[in-house]
Design a binder for this molecule. Structure first.
Ligand code: SF4
Length: 352
């Protein structure tokens, strides 16, 4: 049985859209960034939702393009001295928590996430304290302080398996902060989950009604949905999963056409994985006039080439620092997830 708690509605401080660079200026920054990455023994780690030129640069320089779980693993395991994380702030913090000996830079420290903003550490701690018999599971899209209060951290690529595992042990769960992902997992697992009511402003905007109209226009298309989307959208999906799982679905499903309900930044790698297949953006409920209705995260869009160059030339205002005692507390639930994931991988490979 799942329960929901009410939280205040949050007003999000949407950033201004970044300046569009000319092709010449882009080329200049690309060349300079390549030089600086070598000079500083640095790796660029980019999320699937960043703009195509950032992902292409990560790819061309031996960095990483992935979901937040793989970004964390790559940052921890690579031998670079400096990590430059193109994503949103919690991703930089996660990299620092796992790799305290490395310098972790971000193009901008102002790139945040509506899930992180919607789950303040003090209120969340009060909520956990009021339910001491619950195991606290938080999504990776949270601050270091919220992670430090958790028993487990999960990403969307492993949340289902971890909640299933906890449910099999008879544990009652506090889930935070994404209400749609939480509801999806509760439905799949039947776990007893007490939910925080956060939302991703990108996925929350996908509209089942508009999707139905689009499906009528493209009856041969399969619908791919990230579970941060509303339940009515998830219910229409041919495949539901994390960014990596959706890319895999586009590759393996027999369809030639896909309607994709997640941030359109994913198209860069999805198109590479499924060349020749047609990818269509799922419609949002808004009228297209705001960042809330464009299927592209306004904070991910802040990761421009100019900002990466600035971070590599002058680290002040770009470096992620996490208080050491907080880091050690946040490391425990993160390590738990990474260990669980490693064991799961071994099981799938038949090695245990
Ligand atoms: S796409 Fe949604 S979940 Fe991802 S960083 Fe942006 S607001 Fe957060």
């Amino acid at each position: 049985m799942s329960q929901f708690i009410a939280v205040e509605k949050v007003n999000y401080p949407f950033p201004a859209k970044p300046k569009v660079l000319s092709a010449d200026v882009q080329q200049h920054y690309v060349a300079e960034i390549k030089r600086l990455l070598v000079e500083k023994n640095a790796k660029l780690i980019a999320h699937y939702y960043t703009d195509p030129e950032i992902q292409a640069l990560a790819e061309a320089t031996g960095g990483c393009i992935s979901d937040s779980l793989e970004m964390a693993r790559f940052g921890r395991d690579c031998d670079a001295e400096t990590l430059i994380v193109a994503g949103v702030k919690f991703m930089g913090e996660t990299a620092k928590i796992l790799s305290p000996e490395k310098t972790v830079l971000m193009p901008t420290l102002d790139a945040t996430c509506s899930l992180d903003i919607g789950c303040p550490a003090d209120k969340f701690a009060e909520f956990c304290d009021a339910h001491p018999d619950h195991t606290v599971v938080v999504y990776a899209n949270t601050s270091a302080a919220v992670k430090a209060r958790a028993d487990w951290v999960v990403t969307s690529s492993i949340a289902l398996e971890i909640v299933e595992h906890l449910d099999s042990l008879g544990e009652k769960i506090i889930w935070a902060p994404d209400r749609h992902l939480g509801a999806y997992i509760a439905k799949q697992t039947g776990a007893d989950m007490l939910m925080w009511q956060g939302e991703c402003i990108v996925h929350d905007e996908f509209s089942a009604q508009a999707l139905l109209t689009m499906k009528h226009l493209h009856p041969d298309a399969a619908i791919l949905v990230h579970p941060e989307s509303p339940a009515s959208v998830v219910a229409m999906a041919d495949a539901v999963g994390s960014t990596t799982q959706l890319i895999k679905a586009a590759q393996t499903l027999p369809h030639e056409k896909f309607i994709v309900a997640t941030d359109r930044g994913i198209f860069y790698k999805m198109q590479q994985a499924a060349p020749g297949k047609m990818l269509l953006e799922a419609p949002t409920a808004g009228n297209g006039a705001t960042c809330k209705s464009c299927a592209h995260c306004p904070w991910m869009a802040m990761n421009g080439l100019q900002a990466i160059y600035q971070a590599l030339t002058d680290t002040s205002g770009h470096e992620i620092l996490v208080d050491e005692s907080l880091r050690q507390r946040a490391l425990v639930p993160l390590d738990r997830m990474l260990d669980f994931s490693a064991k799961l991988k071994m099981q799938v490979m038949g090695k245990v």
